[in-house]
Structure formats: structure tokens, C-alpha cells
Design a binder for this molecule. Structure first.
Ligand SMILES: *[C@@H]1O[C@H](CO)[C@@H](O)[C@H](O)[C@H]1NC(C)=O
Ligand SMILES: *[C@@H]1O[C@H](CO)[C@@H](O)[C@H](O)[C@H]1NC(C)=O
Ligand SMILES: *[C@@H]1O[C@H](CO)[C@@H](O)[C@H](O)[C@H]1NC(C)=O
Ligand SMILES: *[C@@H]1O[C@H](CO)[C@@H](O)[C@H](O)[C@H]1NC(C)=O
Length: 706
């Protein structure tokens, strides 16, 4: 390895004229022990919503009043799958053991997006500050232990771990005051191995930090989304200077600007995602506005966003066309929306939210059509012109060749077995990073002057980074947007004089890793799950049926344990699906354009009674990708023979039906995966008919996580 060779070479040189150089000892530490990796693997782990419950009792009742803390029922050895109960310690232990044995040595960093305390769902055992901090400390120690260097007396981490607050990691849940405060101080302590030393002070103030997971190349940001969260009654959005949310975005803007200047990229992570449909807005609108604007302006820097909280396997898009903080009049409108949302009491269900999202996605432009319309040089001038304008129109719709109008947020499903316990390994492109200094090595050379020195060495050994041809997007870029907005707003006073709009990427800079496939672009992921029904191996007898309820008692509802003790099978995670070989989602990579294509396909669904994934299995997969096939109108109908026409029509109808099934298949797969494969065919079939699917109702006991 190059780095190693240079390091030892230089260490050798230095020995000649200096015996006690700090650089020399730093380099000695760089000498790789044989058991330690010194190259990137191109993978990382995303794990979220662990919710360990110290009161979980095997064989207790999953009823709401018991919450797996007492009574007699079907609470399994490794958890009560598909219920609202929290996580037994056995599942946490087994999960870390599995990670240690199966993926620990094969990943570059860990993203852990919060909620490491149980829910406040048992009124007989209210949570205490001590318990919330203790379970958090326990989980943090599990991470540190699992990812510590072997045979290292100081127990230092082998790879970086990025933690963040969940709304249940504080007391009372959801409510976090601006810092500094005792919670931020406690977590600064609990996460001291994860938060870089020089950022601990800042963390204590706002609960945010970042880690250079690949020094000088890639940073992972831990955002404190509790300051954006609509349910946090202690704060008020992100537009007022006095609010911690405001300061958070100022910090983020400045850091992302630094990242740009240093040629680095950034992954943003947090607990509560920016979910936003008409009826479901997890973030305060003013925070969503800034986030979307910041990501638009730093689209050359941001690789993607990873969140948790919702417990489902999910993704969402931010549409930059919805940015209105630059416009005085529309800001007033968004304030109105916010005010009308203050009554949080409506019972929302996963169904409602997902249905609503699908409706919104049904209006998405089809990026596949744009790709299909790539210029054709052999054609005649006239035709070319016509084609070009059509292509331009399509490009404008998606904001440029890479879908720059949109941003993607990925939501990892939970470990707590509200469905099945699950975790995700994401792969990213490490082309060109073969000689990158890895985090653990940079740690051992912690002093910054040593780092700078090292960087120079590495830089000198690397050929100059090639600069790609700049790809200019259409004129609708932010500068002209800003100008237009200004004109539109006439001489009106800007609605928010405190708003500093981040600078856009330079005209010549190529699109970022979220948009065009390149080094650090996320490529795809493998979703692992543990089938607790199989593993718990519970024996049961039927009991009387119980009324449908907001609280979910899980799939064993209405059953009683038999006299036989459960004999759990060996615990293991298995692959639920991976996006690399998945024939339904067909995600080529995790770029915005790939997700836009998928969202467009999901939005093509038409509710049809009796749909199930199995029915659709034999459908032909390739057909869908042909954008022409989506044009339902048949214009080339010039035949005069009525019979012929009729036949054609019938054929067309049949084809149309087949195509519709294809479309529905994507939506149903999206739903099935949202719930980690726990839906029966029957439940999936009735997904559209909410009164028939009480099992999917959202538990408000969990504070509208969805
Ligand atoms: C989980 O592991 C801890 C050690 O980290 C151990 O003390 C505890 O007994 C284990 N609990 C269960 C239920 O396996
Ligand atoms: C979603 O669609 C609804 C109409 O179905 C529309 O009122 C709303 O503005 C859309 N929202 C977003 C975020 O696109
Ligand atoms: C990874 O990045 C390299 C360098 O930018 C690029 O050539 C390659 O196509 C990318 N690989 C994938 C699978 O996207
Ligand atoms: C989980 O295991 C149960 C019991 O063996 C089985 O019936 C079910 O199909 C499995 N579910 C999945 C998603 O593999």
C-alpha cells in the first residue's frame, strides 16, 4: 500500500537526523499491525431506533396496559414482533453479536440515528432521567466495545461512529430546550468517544457535530433534529435568530461552505426526517425551508441524508420548487400553514401518510423519458431541433440533467420490532480513494499539525485530481431564481432580513455525488432483518379475539402461550433485499435521478381490489422502463378496418392492464418493504381500505413517529 510505504520511508529518513520527533512516533503508530485494516471497504452501517427496554419480560402480554412488562402473553424471547412493545436486552445483545461476527470488519463507519431508550408507554413505570441516560450509556458502550481496536489497551475505536439524539432520548420526550443544558452535557459525556474533541464545546451548545469519517474527503454530520421537530414545544422553528434551530442552520451553512472549500463531501444524518405531506409535517416548515434551500445550494457537497424515527423502511424527496422563504408573500402563506398545523391531535396512520405521498408522486415527471431523449447526432437538423426543445422541456421539469430540482432523504427502519428488527449496510463509491488516509490512522496522529504534514505527503504522492468538465444546468439555477424572486417581490422589504442565502456551487463545478455517479456516491444497500416469528419459535393456542386498537398487540394478538416453553432458534439476521439485484425497485444507484425514477413508478399505481404481489410475479420487468410504454394514447391509429381496430383496441387494453399491474407491483413492493415484509397478502391487499386494515394504524402512544 502506497500510504504505508511512504510512511515507513519517511519514518526511516527522519530517524537519521532526529530521535524524538513527534512526527516520527506518530508514524510508528501508523505502522499497520497485521490484524488492522488500512484501506476503505466502501460500506457503512446505518442502524436506528433501538429502544432497549429494561422491563421487558418474556411471556408477558403485548396488550397496551401491559406493554410487555407483565401479565401473560406472547412477548417472545427476542422481542414481540409487529407489536408496539419495546426491545428486550436479548435482542440488543444478539444484534451486536451478529454485527461483530458478520459485518464489523467490513465497514468504514457507523451511522446510529438515535432513540436508545424505551418509549414512555407504561404509566405504571414512568421513565426516569436516570433510566434514559443509563440505557443510552449502555448502548453507546455496546457500540464502543463492538468497534474497538483489538488488543488496544486504551480501547480506542477502530472506525468512527456518528450518534444523534432521538426524541425519546430526553425527558419529557420530544422536549429539548436550547443549549447548553444538562441533557447536552450528559450526552457529551456518554458520546465522548464519538464526538471529536475539538467539537465537544460546540456540541454542548447545540447538540450537533461532524466527523471526518474519511479525513479530508468525507464528513458525516450529526444534526440535532429535535430543534426542527414540530413536536418539540420548547423551540420555535428556524427563522428567528433567537431559536436554536436558527443557529443550527447557520452552523451547518458555515460548515458546508468549509467542506466545499476543502473539496470535501458530506452525508447529513439525524433522527427525525424532513417528512412533509399536506397532513404530516415532522419538521417545522421554516426548518424544512432552510434545509431544502441549503441542500440546493450545497448540491455539489451533500452526498445524501440518513434518518430514522419513522420505524418504516422509507425514502422521500424534497422538491426545491417548494422553497418559498425567498419570497415575502409566500412566507406569510407558509406561516399560515404552520399555524393551522398546531392542532396535532388528529390521528394519523401510516396508510394515510403513504397514500398521500403516492398521490404527490403521481404528478412527478418521468426522468426515464429525459434519459431516453438524450441527443441523437445523426438525425437531420429539423428533427434535431424538435427533439431538443422537447428534451429541454423535460430537463426543465426535473431541474437539469441530474434531477437537480429534487433531493433524496433515506429513512432506515427500526431495530425495535414494530415490524421485524432490521438494519442496513450501505455501499458507496470509493474509486480514487485507494490511498486515502483512513480515520483510525488519522486518530493516532491526532495533533493537527501532524495531520497537515501528513496531508502534504499524501498530496505530493497523488497525481493532481482531475477536474471533470463542468456541466451547466439550465438557466433556472439559483442565481436566476433569486433574481426572479427579488423581482417578483418588488421593492417589498425582505420577509426575513436574518436569512443568509448560502452561496451556490460555482458555475464550472460538476454536479455532486448525490446527482452524478462518482467517488463517494451511495451505490445501494442491503437490508437485513431477523425473522422473530421463526426465531422466537413460540408455541401458542388460540384465545378470544380482541378489539382493534391504536396500540398494536402484534401478530400473535388473540393467542395465548401454550404450556410448552418457547425454544428459540439460533438468532440471526438474513437479507431481506438488496438494491443491487432487486428486479422491482431497479435502483441503479442511490442518486436523485434513480430515486426520482422509482418515485415516479410508485406514483403510477392505481388502486385495484385484489392486488397482491404474488399475482403480479410473472409480469415482465423490462417493459416498464420504456417511457414510450407509458404513453397510453395510441396516436398512430390510421387503419380503416373496424375489425382490425377493435382487435387492436383489445390488445391495447390487455397490454394496458398488464402495464398497470406492473406499476402496481412497484407500489405494493414499496409498501411491503416499508413494513419489513411483515404484511400478510391479505393485509397488503386491503392496504387501500383503511377500515379493513386496523393493524396498520399508527400508535399515538408513540407520538406520531409516523
Ligand atoms: C446482555 O449483555 C450484557 C453484557 O453486555 C449482560 O450483562 C446481560 O446479561 C445480557 N442480557 C441478556 C438478556 O442477554
Ligand atoms: C401534494 O399533493 C397535494 C394534492 O394532492 C397538494 O395539495 C400538495 O401541495 C402536494 N404537496 C407536496 C409537498 O407536493
Ligand atoms: C465510481 O466513481 C468512478 C469515478 O468517478 C466512476 O468512474 C464510476 O463509474 C463510479 N462507479 C459507479 C458504480 O457508479
Ligand atoms: C418468518 O417466519 C415465519 C415462521 O417460520 C414464516 O411463516 C414467515 O413467512 C417468515 N417471514 C418472512 C418475511 O420471511
Amino acid at each position: 500500500m502506497k500510504m504505508r510505504a511512504i510512511a515507513s520511508l519517511l519514518a526511516g529518513c527522519l530517524l537519521e537526523f532526529s530521535t524524538a520527533s513527534p512526527v516520527q512516533s506518530a508514524l510508528q503508530e501508523l505502522q499497520p499491525a497485521s490484524h488492522q485494516r488500512h484501506a476503505l471497504s466502501g460500506r457503512f452501517l446505518h442502524i436506528t431506533d433501538l429502544h432497549p427496554d429494561p422491563y421487558y419480560k418474556i411471556g408477558s402480554s403485548t396488550e397496551e396496559s401491559k406493554a410487555c412488562h407483565g401479565g401473560k402473553g406472547m412477548a417472545g424471547v427476542y422481542g414481540a414482533e409487529t407489536s408496539d412493545c419495546d426491545t428486550p436486552y436479548s435482542l440488543i445483545n444478539a444484534t451486536f453479536k451478529w454485527i461483530k461476527e458478520n459485518i464489523k470488519d467490513d465497514i468504514d463507519f457507523v451511522v446510529w440515528t438515535g432513540d436508545s431508550a424505551r418509549h414512555d408507554s407504561d404509566e405504571h413505570i414512568p421513565r426516569t432521567q436516570k433510566e434514559v441516560l443509563n440505557t443510552n450509556r449502555w448502548v453507546a458502550e455496546k457500540f464502543a466495545e463492538t468497534f474497538s481496536k483489538p488488543n488496544d489497551p486504551t480501547n480506542s475505536l477502530s472506525i468512527p461512529i456518528i450518534s444523534t439524539f432521538g426524541n425519546n432520548d430526553i425527558l419529557p420526550h420530544n422536549i429539548l430546550l436550547s443549549g447548553p443544558n444538562k441533557w447536552l452535557k450528559s450526552y457529551k459525556d456518554i458520546w465522548h468517544k464519538f464526538i471529536p474533541e475539538e467539537q465537544r464545546h460546540g456540541f454542548e451548545r447545540g447538540g450537533w457535530y461532524y466527523v471526518e469519517v474519511i479525513p479530508h474527503k468525507l464528513a458525516v454530520f450529526s444534526l440535532n433534529t429535535l430543534y426542527f421537530f414540530n413536536n418539540n414545544a420548547a423551540v420555535d422553528g428556524c427563522s428567528l435568530r433567537s431559536e436554536p434551530g436558527f443557529e443550527h442552520f447557520e452552523w451547518l451553512r458555515i460548515q458546508l461552505q468549509f467542506m466545499r472549500e476543502r473539496g470535501m463531501k458530506a452525508i447529513l444524518t439525524g433522527h427525525v426526517p424532513p417528512a412533509r405531506t399536506d397532513s404530516k409535517k415532522l419538521w417545522d416548515e421554516t426548518c424544512w425551508q432552510k434545509y431544502t434551500l441549503w441542500l440546493q445550494q450545497y448540491r455539489d457537497v451533500v452526498v445524501g441524508g440518513l434518518y430514522g424515527h419513522m420505524n418504516i423502511d422509507h425514502f422521500m424527496l424534497q422538491d426545491t420548487k417548494e422553497i418559498d422563504i425567498l419570497d415575502a408573500e409566500e412566507t406569510a402563506a407558509s406561516r399560515f400553514i404552520r399555524a393551522s398545523l398546531d392542532d396535532e391531535l388528529t390521528i394519523q396512520s401510516a396508510n394515510d401518510y403513504l397514500e398521500e405521498l403516492r398521490e404527490n408522486w403521481s404528478t412527478l415527471p418521468n426522468p426515464a423519458a429525459v434519459i431516453k431523449e438524450e441527443p441523437d447526432h445523426v438525425e437531420g437538423d429539423k428533427k434535431k431541433k424538435g427533439k431538443k426543445s422537447k428534451k429541454d422541456k423535460l430537463l426543465k421539469k426535473i431541474g437539469g440533467p441530474w434531477g437537480e430540482r429534487f433531493q433524496v432523504t433515506n429513512v432506515g427502519p427500526s431495530l425495535v420490532p414494530n415490524y421485524f428488527p432490521t438494519l442496513r449496510v450501505i455501499e458507496y463509491n470509493i474509486t480514487g480513494l485507494e490511498n486515502a488516509v483512513i480515520w483510525a490512522d488519522a486518530q493516532s496522529v491526532s495533533a493537527s499539525q501532524k495531520m497537515d504534514w501528513l496531508e502534504e505527503v499524501v498530496h505530493a504522492s497523488n497525481p493532481k485530481e482531475e477536474h471533470e468538465e463542468g456541466i451547466s444546468i439550465d438557466e433556472d439555477d439559483e442565481e436566476s431564481i433569486l433574481k426572479k424572486k427579488k423581482k417578483k417581490g418588488k421593492k417589498k422589504k425582505p420577509s426575513n432580513p436574518d436569512l443568509t442565502v448560502p452561496s451556490p456551487p460555482s458555475k464550472s463545478s460538476p454536479p455532486g455525488p448525490a446527482y452524478s455517479p462518482q467517488s463517494l456516491t451511495m451505490l445501494g444497500y442491503t437490508q437485513y432483518f431477523a425473522n422473530l416469528t421463526y426465531i422466537n419459535n413460540a408455541h401458542f393456542v388460540d384465545s378470544e379475539d380482541v378489539e382493534a386498537d391504536k396500540w398494536r398487540e402484534g401478530k400473535h394478538k388473540g393467542k395465548k402461550p401454550s404450556d410448552k416453553d418457547p425454544k428459540p432458534r439460533p438468532f440471526q439476521y438474513q437479507v431481506e433485499y438488496d438494491t443491487f439485484s432487486d428486479p422491482v425497485f431497479k435502483l441503479k444507484d442511490m442518486t436523485v435521478r434513480s430515486y426520482l425514477k422509482l418515485a415516479h413508478r410508485i406514483g403510477k399505481y392505481l388502486p385495484e381490489k385484489g392486488d397482491s404481489i404474488d399475482d403480479l410475479d410473472e409480469a415482465d420487468n423490462d417493459e416498464y422502463d420504456d417511457p414510450a410504454a407509458n404513453d397510453e394514447d395510441n396516436n398512430d391509429d390510421d387503419g380503416t378496418d373496424a375489425d382490425k381496430k377493435k382487435k387492436k383496441k383489445e390488445k391495447h387494453k390487455k397490454k394496458k392492464h398488464h402495464k398497470q399491474k406492473e406499476k402496481n407491483k412497484v407500489w405494493l413492493q414499496f409498501i411491503q418493504r416499508a413494513f419489513v415484509g411483515t404484511l400478510s397478502d391479505e393485509e397488503l391487499r386491503t392496504f387501500d381500505y383503511q377500515d379493513q386494515a386496523p393493524v396498520m394504524d399508527l400508535s399515538e402512544a408513540h407520538d406520531g413517529e409516523l
